[in-house]
Ligand binder design. Structure first.
Ligand code: DC
Length: 233
């Protein structure tokens, strides 16, 4: 039994999951668990080691020996791979696509499944990814699925990239998103699907704060209903 709830937020690339999950975790004083960062960290390490994505043996070896840590430093989540801070290095489109490819390999998911469950063992977590509500935390107390149109998601990604001082064309970013959507939705193991008990939110025409407010409203309503249930058995 967990001491505190687990809240899951699943959805495709660029739907706003990271920022929204971080803000929601802040409001609730929960831990923010960015599971995409774990897959990105493995992808980064794969490139460093010059291993092949097609060699399952090498991938298994890498996953079993890699030490990935997510640490909060001054209110920001930092990702460490074997002690190296890779927070910014793993945010490229190349690493995102590779992370999506390796995430379809069973051994990678198997190893990261226990890492994720260990990180959320005590609860009090907002866990964000593709299979949080369906596979990793099927018993989560509250589940959300966050989506947005491809056009909007590509636009947001482009703005993020230019804020980092880099350049990318909207067309290339849109194509990367479509490819990643296909890989993440069509893989046979833990594909991106909407959990039947998840609340679906389309963020296309909403600001980040509007989405956070909607989620907070749903969480508070559920909390109130549970309190009422306790008073009137
Ligand atoms: O959320 P992100 O863009 O950082 O995730 C990168 C890739 O990692 C994503 O395209 C698919 C994979 N991933 C996954 O398969 N399962 C998760 N729970 C999180 C991410």
């Amino acid at each position: 039994m967990r001491e505190r709830p687990v809240i899951t937020i699943d959805g495709p690339a660029g739907a706003g999951k990271s920022t929204i999950s971080r803000l929601l975790a802040e409001r609730l004083s929960f831990i923010y668990l960015d599971t995409g960062a774990l897959y990105r960290a493995v992808a980064y390490h794969l490139i460093q080691k010059k291993y092949s994505v097609n060699n399952e043996g090498e991938l298994a070896d890498l996953c079993r020996n890699i030490r990935v840590e997510l640490n909060d430093l001054a209110g920001r989540l930092h990702v460490f791979v074997d002690g190296e801070d890779v927070t910014l290095k793993i945010r490229t489109e190349e690493i995102g696509l590779l992370a999506s490819r390796i995430s379809a390999v069973p051994v990678v998911r198997e190893v990261l499944l226990s890492v994720q469950r260990d990180m959320a063992a005590a609860g009090g977590v907002v866990a964000e990814g593709r299979d949080m509500g369906t596979v990793v935390f099927p018993d989560a107390e509250m589940k959300f699925f966050l989506d947005a149109s491809v056009r909007e998601r590509a636009g947001r990604r482009c703005r993020e990239i230019s804020e980092r001082g880099e350049r990318a064309s909207l067309r290339d970013v849109k194509n990367d998103i479509l490819l990643r959507d296909r890989q993440d939705r069509e893989r046979s193991i833990a594909p991106l699907i909407v959990s039947p008990d998840a609340i679906h939110i389309d963020s296309t025409d909403k600001t980040i704060l509007q989405v956070v407010d909607i989620m907070m409203g749903v969480i508070q309503k559920k909390g109130n209903a549970q309190e009422q249930g306790k008073k009137c058995p």
